[in-house]
Design a protein around this ligand. Structure first.
Ligand SMILES: *Cc1c(COP(=O)(O)O)cnc(C)c1O
Length: 415
């Protein structure tokens, strides 16, 4: 496309935009279980209106926009309130989970350097199920990644003893997920906390997908084990508002146990021709709308709103577990939150995935072991019976051998 010589009118552009989306995954019809979190029309309206109210304002300028600075403070304070942040804990909003994780690693690295550790090549010790954002961040910062195999007991949890074994004097961080993305399982964070204590290590909890879910699941009576700042050696956490916080996209939080740790994050610079500038995270310009939308959605839902929504998601997950078990699938581990993965002992999961894709379903997949994967939204309660019906159908097709071709074609790299 070339920039048109003459601008077009908005009516035709609007129609064009709608048309362009017509072949996209049908998330509004509940057909996706990845990428989009659908909490219903009312939340979508708040996201939109609150976003546009501050769409032009810039989080880079807290002095010009004290409104945004205060909303960010409020969001961080609400986050720390949910995640047992102790007195003095602090943090910042970022553009997403990858950004939060990158900043946590940067902060841990600079903290280690300031303490005289890891002067050569730093490393981070991860369970195999940790998000690839850690590898991306470490690649950017020239930090080694040590991925450690999970426990072999079918729990899909981090193997804490093996992780502890893998740490050395250059280890700047160990990581647990709450939960991990591939299996939806919460790592034994308390045990990781003990290992961190023994070795004097920085423990980061990646609660990108669980940080704004697990506290409410617990309030609803789910036996969620301790996973946050309640564990005294948790130094930092990442928690995404644009996932189960139901905020507009471009909103995550990175949190630190103390201001002394946090102080290794901001970039404060004066040696150039321009005015001195201090930026807390990777971004320069920060979209004001992402901050105002997160603030508004959190205040709109409140504890009771989140408890209701996350309760609906957990109930849907239980229906999925019962439904897929009847079809012979095995659930990976014991998921407690909104993610569930399941494999089939007799049929290849990716053949079934291919059949489901043909039927219009766009979900994620897990590779170790090959499994179907769902990240559920409140809205899925209306669609899950259709999903299970199509799944039964797909298993039949695959069992009849018709799925072999689909398996070859199944597109499981989903971005
Ligand atoms: C989504 C996710 C991330 C990355 O978040 P983005 O917002 O996609 O950058 C990191 N960790 C976990 C566990 C996640 O689910």
């Amino acid at each position: 496309m070339q920039l048109p010589d003459k601008g077009r009118d908005w009516d035709s552009l609007r129609a064009d935009l709608v048309e362009r989306g017509s072949k996209d995954a049908k998330w509004r019809d509940g057909k996706t279980a990845v990428y989009v979190f659908n909490a219903g029309e009312d939340v979508a309206t708040i996201q939109k209106e609150a976003y546009t109210a501050y769409m032009s304002e810039n989080g880079l300028g807290p002095a010009a926009f004290p409104s945004l600075a205060q909303m960010e403070k409020d969001v961080i304070s609400m986050a720390l309130g949910l995640l047992h942040g102790p007195k003095g804990a602090t943090g910042a909003m970022t553009s997403g989970g990858t950004d939060s994780i990158t900043m946590a690693i940067k902060t841990a690295r600079d903290f280690a350097r300031a303490s005289g550790k890891a002067q050569d090549k730093a490393n981070v010790v991860l369970p195999q199920s940790a998000h690839l954002a850690f590898d991306k961040a470490c690649h950017l910062m020239d930090v080694d990644v040590r991925r450690i195999a999970l426990k072999t007991d079918g729990s899909y949890e981090a193997d804490v003893a093996a992780m502890e074994e893998a740490c050395d004097a250059d280890t700047i961080m160990i990581v647990g997920s709450a939960p991990n993305f591939p299996h939806g399982i919460i790592d034994p964070i308390a045990e990781l906390g003990e290992a961190a204590e023994r070795k004097g290590l920085w423990l980061h909890v990646d609660a990108c997908v669980g940080g704004y879910f697990a506290p409410f699941a617990r309030m609803n009576g789910v036996a969620v084990p301790p996973f946050d700042f309640e564990i005294p050696t948790v130094h930092s956490m990442s928690a995404d508002l644009h996932k189960y916080g139901y905020a507009a996209k471009g909103a995550s939080t990175v949190l630190f146990r103390s201001d002394a740790l946090y102080q290794h994050m901001p970039f404060d610079f004066a040696c150039w021709s321009g005015a001195p500038m201090m930026t807390p995270t990777l971004a320069g310009t920060r979209p004001g709308g992402a901050i105002s939308a997160a603030w508004a959605v959190m205040n709109y839902l409140g504890v009771d709103g989140y408890c209701r929504l996350q309760g609906e998601v957990c109930a849907t997950r239980e229906r999925v577990e019962a439904g897929v078990s009847k079809l012979g699938f095995k659930i990976l581990g014991k998921p407690l939150l909104g993610l569930v993965a399941f494999h089939h002992p007799d049929h290849h999961a990716f053949a079934i995935y291919g059949e489901m894709y043909r039927r219009g379903w766009f979900t994620s997949a897990t590779v170790e072991p090959p499994s179907l994967h769902l990240m559920l939204s409140p809205k899925h309660s209306e669609f899950i019976d259709d999903y299970l019906e199509d799944l039964a159908d797909s298993v039949c097709t695959v069992a009849a051998g018709e799925g072999a071709k689909a398996a070859e074609k199944a597109e499981v790299r989903y971005s």
